[in-house]
Structures are given as C-alpha cells and as structure tokens.
Write a protein that binds this ligand. Sequence first.
Ligand SMILES: Nc1nc2c(ncn2[C@@H]2O[C@H](COP(=O)(O)OP(=O)(O)OP(=O)(O)O)[C@@H](O)[C@H]2O)c(=O)[nH]1
Length: 618
Amino acid sequence: MSPQASQALPPNATPPAQIRNFCIIAHIDHGKSTLADRMLQITGVVEARQMRAQYLDRMDIERERGITIKSQAVRIPWEQDGQTYCLNMIDTPGHVDFTYEVSRSLAACEGAVLLVDAAQGIEAQTLANLYLAMENNLTIIPVLNKIDLPAAQPEKYAEEIARLIGCEPEDVLQVSGKTGAGVEELIDEIVAKLPPPVGDPDAPARAMIFDSVYDNYRGVVTYVRVVDGDLNPREKIVMMSTRATHELLEIGVSSPEMHPSKGLGVGEVGYLITGVKDVRQSKVGDTVTNAGKPADTAIGGYKDPNPMVFSGLYPLDGSDYPTLRDALDKLKLNDAALVYEPETSVALGFGFRCGFLGLLHLEIVRERLEREFNLDLISTQPNVVYEVTMDDGSEIIVTNPSEFPYGKVSEVREPVVKATILAPSEFIGAIMELCQSKRGQLGGMDYLSEDRVELRYTLPLAEIVFGFFDQLKSKTRGYASLDYQESGDQVADLVKVDILLQGEAVDAFSAVVHKDRAYAYGNMMAGKLKELIPRQQFEVPIQAAIGARIIARETIRAIRKDVLAKCYGGDISRKRKLLEKQKEGKKRMKNIGTVEVPQEAFIAALSSDDDAVDKAKK
Ligand SMILES: Nc1nc2c(ncn2[C@@H]2O[C@H](COP(=O)(O)OP(=O)(O)OP(=O)(O)O)[C@@H](O)[C@H]2O)c(=O)[nH]1
C-alpha cells in the first residue's frame, strides 16, 4: 500500500492486507453456530465462562428452534507468522425464506467456509448456498464438521465435496466444532487462502448494508462492509436507494459486543448508528455514502424485500384487535420484509392481511406475536400473490383469494420457484411422483455419489406452500432435503373456489387452486365443515362453487342440540347451569347469515393438522 493511501484511512483502521472477510455456509443443523462459537472461544473473543451455546443467535426463538434468523458480524483477531490479522466473520441466516439476506451477507465477504456434516454429507441447502457463493465469486474453503461422531464418514463425503467443487479430497479440512479439533488449522487456512479485500481508499465512501437490526435502546443498528473510501463518526451519510440523509452518531465494530471506533476503512466490517427508528430506513443491500462527497454509483445487487406468501391474521378475541395492530407496528421496526394492512372478514372479524417472505417467516412472526405480545391468533390458509390480466387489458394483483376476480379473465400468472431436492437414490421414483402431482417440471438430475442424487425442479410456489415439505419428508422417510429460490412466474389455469354456507360465501375459506384440483378442494372443505359445524334448527347446505357453478355439496341435517337431554329429574340449578353454559358458548359463535359457527370450527377447518379437527369435534 502507498503511504498516501494509508493516510486516507481513519487512524485506527486495519490495512486491507490484514483483513479477511468470510462467512460459514451450511445446511441447517450441520453445526455452523457451534463452529462459530468455538472460533470465538479459541481466539479469545469470548471468554469460556461467558460462553453460552450459540452466542451469536440473539433472539429466544432462534435459540429454542436452533435456527439463525438474523445475520451478524464479529471481528476476530488472529496472529500468524508474527502478523496480526483481523478476521470478520459474517453469520448468514440459514433458511430459504431469507435467501436475499444470505446473498447480501455473501456479497460482503471474499470467501466462504463450506461446512458439511461428516455424518450426513451434502444437503440441498449446502448446494443452494454454494451456488450463491459462486455467483458472488467467493473463494471456497471446504470443511467436514462433526468428525468426532462415531457415524462420521469423512472419506466418503470428502470425495463428494471434492467432486462438487473440483478439488482433491485431501484438500477438504476436517474439524469438530464440538471438541475444537482442527478449528485452529481452519482459521490459519482462512488467512492463507482468502484474498484480502480490494477497494479504493481515496474514492468517495461506499459501504454495503448487509444487515440492519432494531435495538430497543439504540434504534436501528446497521451492519456494513466498506468497499471504497472511509466512514467516520459525526459525518452526514446518505442511503443511496432513498437519498435519505442521516448523521452518523456512532460507528464501530462488534466483537461481538459493540465497540465504538474512530472510523471504518476499505474492506472493514462494522456497525453504524444513526438514530433512525425503523429498519426500512436502513435497508439490506443498500449503499451508504458520504453526503459531502457522495459516490456516483451504488454497489450493485440491491433489491426491495418482496413478500411471497400472504395470510390473514385475526385475534381470537375481537377486543385484542388494537393490541395486534400495535404489536405489528412494533415488529415492523425490526423486520423490513413484513407488510400488512387492515382487513375484515365476515367469518373472522377485524384483522390484518400480512405478507411474508415465506412460510417460516410467517411462523416466526406469528409465534413472536403470540409470545411477546400475549395474543391468541387465527391465521388463514397462506396463499401466494397472483397477477391477473383481465380481458380489457387491466391488471390486478391478488393477495387475498376472496378478491380473485370472476369472469372476463384473460390470463393468470403465479410465482414459481426453482427447487433443489437431495435424497438417497432409492427415493427418486417417489420424489418424481410427488413433484409431478404438484405440477413440477424436472429441470435436471445428477448423482452426487452412487447412492445420492440431486433433482432440480421448477414448481409453483403455491404448491410448496400447501404442505409440500411435509409430504416430501414422509415419502422419503425424512431423508430428503429441499431448498428453493424464486424464479419469476408462469401462466396457469387457476380458478377461485368459494365455500358457501346456506348460499353465502365464507371469505376465509375461498382458495385459488389449479382447475384440476378444484373438485378435490371443494369436496375436502365441504366434508371437513360438515363434521365441524354443529347441527342447527334448520337444514344447512354447504356448497363449493366456482363462480355460479356449484361443484360440491354437503348437508348438515336440522336438529336443536338438547343440552338437557342427559339431565333427568328436577334439579333446577343444574339445568340452569347447563343452559347458562350453552349461552356462554353461543357468544363464541360467529353468524354466517343465520348459521351459527363456533370459532373452533374455523380454526380447525383452516388448520392443516388433523388434531385440530378432532379437538373441535369434541
Ligand atoms: N458431535 C458433534 N455435534 C455437533 C458438532 N457441531 C455441532 N453439533 C451439534 O449439531 C447440532 C446443530 O448444531 P448448530 O451449531 O446449532 O447447527 P447450525 O448449522 O448452526 O444450525 P442452524 O443455525 O439451525 O442452521 C447441535 O445439536 C450441536 O450440538 C460437532 O462437531 N460434533
């Protein structure tokens, strides 16, 4: 580096030659967090006594479910050949719903540790993440983990990895995050193999945001990787996608607690605090530059988060609606991908239609609402976003099946994904059958070893949303792994099926399904409701319809439920008690026209698990 260049660096910045930025990519449960923890311990970043399992996963839900939702960076010092290096480990979220965040974390690195469980071998997510890393031109360090396990087969899987990335099996390192074996050698390898970051220290500052987290006390903490120039405290910075200007109140590095610094130079990774209160003002993928000396072009690859799956969320108890609204407002501060708007449903009352990145995202949001805000919620069947072109050329975006237009529709498009499925080869037939039944198109098939195969399919996202993963697991006795990425949309023959109670459509049960599946859906829903809705004093027809055409019908016969039937003799207080109880129960009834439907019936009919149906029948 020239002396001039080093002058441009803020006083405490590390010269790029001594920096290594890396991440760990792995399939879920292959031991990424355990390895990251061990690295922090071995390098003395976290003292052994402070160490708690999965130091980097902060949220309770993350720790309980053992999954990593939010990415984060840690600075790790490392001595090698008398030289002190500064390693930045960027933690990537592990689940398909967060692919965009993964890709931004990767873009902040020069290299990736490809971690594979030595007892499991390569899985679908290993591949998906590897492809993303290769797209970002990262140097890959292949590593087998959990070599302490008796079931480990390091030779077999080293061969598999070598064949995949084109190296020798001997080049695959062997470590155990649990015992610490091989971890020091791995850190040495990171320093030796990964290229140092390259950037222009004299150019206007450009830093990429790869994560942004809401903190109750400090507001939004933004994690960045500086590409060119430098950022210093008290400067005015600009977010290039929105042109919004903020003052840099604090800048620093996390190791892993936050330490303020005098600035960040080329190749460095750290955090910024500007006092903004909403992660939407500090978006992942955006470029930060200096307001006084702004850069002309942003770092490529920025994308707005795009909700892929929608579902209605309703409080079980209508009076909780304001609490739900406040809770969503609070969660939004920490979750740039969550969108919602108020919605009313005849069946479920007041609630919100919410958009999520995927099913896991939906589950996490729902769980946080229930746990952190003490809410009981009903969520409607998740659906994807449809684009409808009408005969007159107008376009409608449908995020709620009950708004799907009738008649005069010229074309409907639905989102599709490219799915990678990995499984033992004995299951090829079962997997193909399943994918075919879900309207999948085979894109290709490769053998990773003689008994394990990778299948690539294009599938409608809507089919994946409807329990695909569970079916895949059960058809392959749990051996298959799945990963998918959005891949545009396709024209499809889709119709809306309405469910009518006594001639009145119940919005919560409307669904957009493929034409060939309409009868099956109609019959299934009508059958389920017949079991769930108690008999009334009059006959109630349950019908499934496409527009005005009825495609399925069930009938609930008339009867009044006589709660006193079992009450012989004349104990008036007992009788009164039973009648009171019946009245109480009626409060929990929703009226669809003149039909009274217990809330439990809605929950059970909307839920896919059979226990709920059994419970509601009791
Ligand atoms: N025997 C053995 N078990 C390990 C090792 N590393 C991790 N494990 C275990 O494997 C399981 C998964 O480890 P995690 O570190 O949570 O895996 P992860 O890849 O971070 O998982 P996600 O965050 O869900 O992606 C845990 O039960 C660990 O205790 C290892 O080297 N040896």
